[in-house]
Design a protein around this ligand. Structure first.
Ligand SMILES: Cc1cc2nc3c(=O)[nH]c(=O)nc-3n(C[C@H](O)[C@H](O)[C@H](O)COP(=O)(O)OP(=O)(O)OC[C@H]3O[C@@H](n4cnc5c(N)ncnc54)[C@H](O)[C@@H]3O)c2cc1C
Length: 401
C-alpha cells in the first residue's frame, strides 16, 4: 500500500535518523512487534520496560509509513464528538475513551522527559470552532458534555476568538486546556534508539510473510526466509492491516497537508494552540517547532494513491482558501504539500486487542484523527493483556464490536 506522497515534511526535515539491518539469521523472542512507526515505537517502549525479550521488524525503513506523513496534533478530542459517542456506545465508554486520549498526552510528556527527547513535544490549548452558524447548537451541546465529564473547557464567542487568535468568520467555539504537538517521526526514532540500548533488536527492510501458529508460540517467516520464534506477536502495522484482516472494519481515505515557510512572527498568535473546525471534512492546523504553519484537511473518500497524488495542487488551493476565510490577512508561502492514507472507523475509536483468527497475537491500530494518542493507550492495554488481565477499554476497542 502506498501510504503517502513524495514529500512528507518530517521525512525531509529529519532525513535518515537511524537505519537498522535486515534479518539475516533465525531469532527467538518473547514478543515480536511487527511495524516500526509511532505505534510500534510506543509498544516497544512498554514491552522493554515490562522486561520482555523484544524484536521489532518493519518492511520499510522504520518510521517511513504514515508516521512520516502525520501532522502530529495530540488531542484528547476524538473525531466523533463526545455527546455523539455517548449516544453510540454509552456514557462510560465514551468518557473513558476521551479520558484515555487526555491521559495519553500526559504520558507522552512524561516519556519525552524520560528519554530527553528533542522531538519538540509542546503543550498546547485546542480550539474547536464552529465554521457555520448552524453548527453552534450542537457544538454547545458538545461543550456541555465535555464540561460534565470534567474536561477543562471554555466557550469562546466569535469576538473572543477574533481577540485571542485573530480568526474571522467563526461562530464561537470550545477552547480546551489539554493538547500538545510533537514531531512523531523523530520521537519514534528516539524511542527506538533508547530501547535498542536496553536490549531491543530491530530489523528493518524485513517483511512478515507467513505466520504458523503452535501451542504457546508462533513461527514467523520473513521475506529473506529466516524465521522468528515468538511467544506473542503485536501487530502495529497501521492502515496496511486492511490487507491482513478481511472483514470490513475501517474505511481507508486520503488526506492532505500543507506546511508554510518559516515565519515565527506571523504565526505567534496560534503557536500555543491547536485549531480545528466543524467543516466536513474539517481543516486543522498547528505550528511547528521551527516556526511554520502546518494545515491539514481536504479528505477524500478513496484510497487510490495515484488518484490521490494527482489532487495535490487542487487540494493545496482548497486548504489555503479555507485558511483565507478565517485569516484573510495571512500571506501563506508554501514549502511542502503532501498526501497520505488514513483510516476512519464508524465510532472514531481504534482497534486494540485480540482477533480470533490470529492466535497468540494482539493488534494496536489507532485510526482517525487520534491515531497517536490511541497508540499510547495501546501501551497500557497490551501491558495488561500480556499479564492476562482485561482492560477497561477492551470492550469498546475490540474487533467485531
Ligand atoms: C496527513 C495525516 C495527518 C495525520 N494527523 C494526525 C494527527 O494530527 N494526530 C494523530 O494522532 N494522528 C494523525 N494522523 C494519523 C497518524 O499519522 C497515524 O495514526 C500514525 O502515524 C500511525 O502510526 P503507525 O505506527 O500505527 O503506522 P505506520 O507509521 O504506518 O507504521 C506501520 C508500519 O508497519 C509496517 N508494516 C506493515 N506491514 C508489514 C509487514 N507485513 N511486515 C513488516 N512491517 C510491516 C509498515 O512498513 C509501517 O512502517 C494523521 C495521518 C496522516 C496521513
Amino acid at each position: 500500500m502506498d501510504l503517502k506522497s513524495n514529500e512528507p515534511f518530517w521525512l525531509i526535515k529529519n532525513g535518515i535518523i537511524e537505519s537498522y539491518p535486515s534479518l539475516k539469521s533465525n531469532e527467538e523472542c518473547d514478543v515480536l512487534i511487527i511495524g516500526g512507526g509511532i505505534t510500534g515505537s510506543l509498544i516497544t517502549q512498554q514491552m522493554i520496560k515490562d522486561g520482555y525479550k523484544t524484536i521489532l521488524i518493519d518492511k520499510r525503513e522504520v518510521c517511513n509509513g504514515s508516521t512520516s506523513a502525520t501532522t502530529s496534533m495530540l488531542q484528547y478530542e476524538i473525531d466523533v464528538p463526545l455527546y455523539e459517542l455517548i449516544e453510540k456506545i454509552g456514557e462510560k465508554g465514551a468518557v473513558e475513551s476521551y479520558k484515555a486520549c487526555s491521559d495519553a498526552i500526559d504520558t507522552l510528556e512524561m516519556l519525552s522527559k524520560l528519554i530527553r527527547s528533542d522531538a519538540g513535544f509542546k503543550r498546547k490549548k485546542s480550539l474547536y470552532f464552529a465554521s457555520k452558524k448552524k453548527d453552534v447548537k450542537w457544538l454547545k451541546e458538545e461543550y456541555k458534555a465535555r464540561k460534565k465529564a470534567g474536561f477543562n473547557v471554555k466557550w469562546l464567542e466569535a469576538e473572543q476568538i477574533v481577540d485571542q487568535f485573530g480568526f474571522e468568520n467563526t461562530y464561537g467555539g470550545i477552547l480546551s486546556k489539554q493538547g500538545a504537538s510533537i514531531d512523531a517521526f523523530k520521537f519514534a526514532h528516539e524511542l527506538f534508539t533508547h530501547n535498542v540500548k536496553k536490549g531491543l533488536k530491530i530489523f528493518d527492510k524485513t517483511e512478515m510473510k507467513k505466520v504458523e501458529y503452535h501451542k504457546g508460540f508462533n513461527l514467523v517467516t520473513v521475506d529473506s526466509g529466516h524465521q522468528i520464534k515468538t511467544k506473542k506477536i503485536i501487530y502495529c502495522i497501521g492502515y496496511e492491516s486492511k490487507n491482513l484482516i478481511k472483514e470490513d472494519f475501517v474505511d481507508l481515505k486520503s488526506t492532505f497537508a500543507v506546511v508554510s515557510e518559516i515565519d515565527d512572527d506571523k504565526f505567534k498568535n496560534i503557536s500555543s494552540t491547536l485549531v480545528w473546525n466543524t467543516d466536513e471534512p474539517y481543516i486543522y492546523m498547528r505550528t511547528t517547532d521551527d516556526g511554520r504553519l502546518l494545515i491539514g484537511g481536504g479528505d477524500e473518500d478513496f484510497n487510490d494513491a495515484q488518484k490521490r497524488d494527482a489532487l495535490l495542487d487542487k487540494k493545496e488551493k482548497e486548504i489555503l482558501k479555507n485558511l483565507k476565510k478565517i485569516k484573510p490577512d495571512y500571506q501563506f508561502y508554501k514549502d511542502f504539500v503532501w498526501a497520505g492514507t488514513f483510516g476512519e472507523t464508524k465510532d472514531g475509536l481504534p482497534y486494540i486487542g485480540e482477533h480470533k483468527k490470529f492466535k497468540n497475537s494482539y493488534f494496536v491500530l489507532g485510526f482517525g484523527g487520534n491515531g497517536i494518542t490511541f497508540s499510547v493507550t495501546g501501551m497500557e492495554m497490551t501491558s495488561q493483556f500480556m499479564k492476562n488481565k482485561k482492560h477497561l477499554l477492551s470492550e469498546y476497542f475490540k474487533f467485531g464490536r
